[in-house]
Structures are given as C-alpha cells and as structure tokens.
Design a protein around this ligand. Sequence first.
Ligand SMILES: [Zn+2]
Length: 230
Amino acid sequence: VRLGELLAMLDDVRAGQDGNHRARCPAHDDKDPSLSISQASDERLLIKCFAGCSAEDVLGALGLKLSDLFPAAQRAPVQPTILDTYDYVDERGQLLFQVVRFLPKDFRQRRPDGCGDWIWRTKGVRRVLYRLPNVIAAVGAGQPVWIVEGEKDVAALEKLGLVATTNPGGAGKWRSEYTESLRGAWQVNIVPDRDNAGHKHARQVAGALFGAVGELRIVELPRLGGSSTP
Ligand SMILES: [Zn+2]
C-alpha cells in the first residue's frame, strides 16, 4: 500500500515532524495515538506501536501483511529453491546430467562442468533413461521394467522392489535411444500419469516399444506416492 492508503485506514491521524504521522493503533484499545507511521527513503512504510503491538498485529487488524509495507517494485520475487535433484547416469553409472526440481514447481536440467560446478545447459548431452544401469540389468535378467512419468514415481515403485524408469523431460519426450535401451525386455509395464497428456504419452511410448520388447502392457495404478506434491 502507499502511505496515503495506509493513513486512510487509520483513525485519528495526525501529522508529526519529519513527515511522520501518528494514529490510533488498530491492534489495541488505543486512546492516545500511539502508532507511528513513516516512510523510509526507499519508500518502504515503517510502523511502530509505542504500546508494544507487533507490526504483524497492527497490519493484521487492517487486513494487511508485512509485505504490504514494501513498494510493489521492491517486493522480492519468489525465489525458486531446489527441492530435489535426480541423477541421470550412463551404463557405467557415470553422471551425464541432472534433472533439478524446484519450488515453485519447475524442472530444469544441468550437467557437471568437470570442475565441481554446474552448467545449466544440456544441449548436446547424451540423453538416457532414468536409472539406466538398473534397466539394462533388468532387461538382461528377464525382469519386468516399469515406465512411469517422473522420477518421484520411479522412487515410489522402487520402494515396492520394482525396476522402474522414466524419460527426462516428461510427456512427449520419448526418444528412440530409450527404446534401444529396452530392446529385448521380457516385459514392460507403462504406467500413465492420470491426465490426458499422461495417457497420450503412454500410448506414444507403447507405440515406440511395440515389437522391440516382449510383453507390453499399459497399467493403470492408483495414484503413486509422489505425484500429488507440490
Ligand atoms: Zn498497539
């Protein structure tokens, strides 16, 4: 809010020195105007109740939040924070790239620069199925492989003792290399995400794998552990 708007919400407003204002504090039964209102040079509004109410209480009584004291342009944008990282490795377990999950929900990919840092560009980097070594071992051993959408769902199935994988980038990003990694598998179970894009993706993957693997099934499962949050 602007200073004028804030003052308009208060009672018994009096202009003091240096552009300061006094008003009755809305957070306690105030007889003296004991709330001081001023504006910092960066346009941030400063409030103080000399009876001891917290700024949150004062603002809460007005239906405002602390962030409302900041000019709109200054309010910090929501900083994305890394929630999780998922390693994509080659046949020998060598890290090729990572999928990084952010809050608010977003996914980006990065690769090691070889010096302990990251390059947030993966153009030209070899793409592989998630958990490729496990997939290769399962194909070789004649075990079923489960394909889900997203690394969190892979983790949910792994908890059940299953060999699971996903492709980086999510729906619509299946590549022929992934089909090659699964070629000769005894059984592949595709678990679609429970939305239109998920079902379309499952059909595309099934189409790509048709003829390359033995038994091919699309399996509807109740919601997997990780898919709801955030
Ligand atoms: Zn007060």
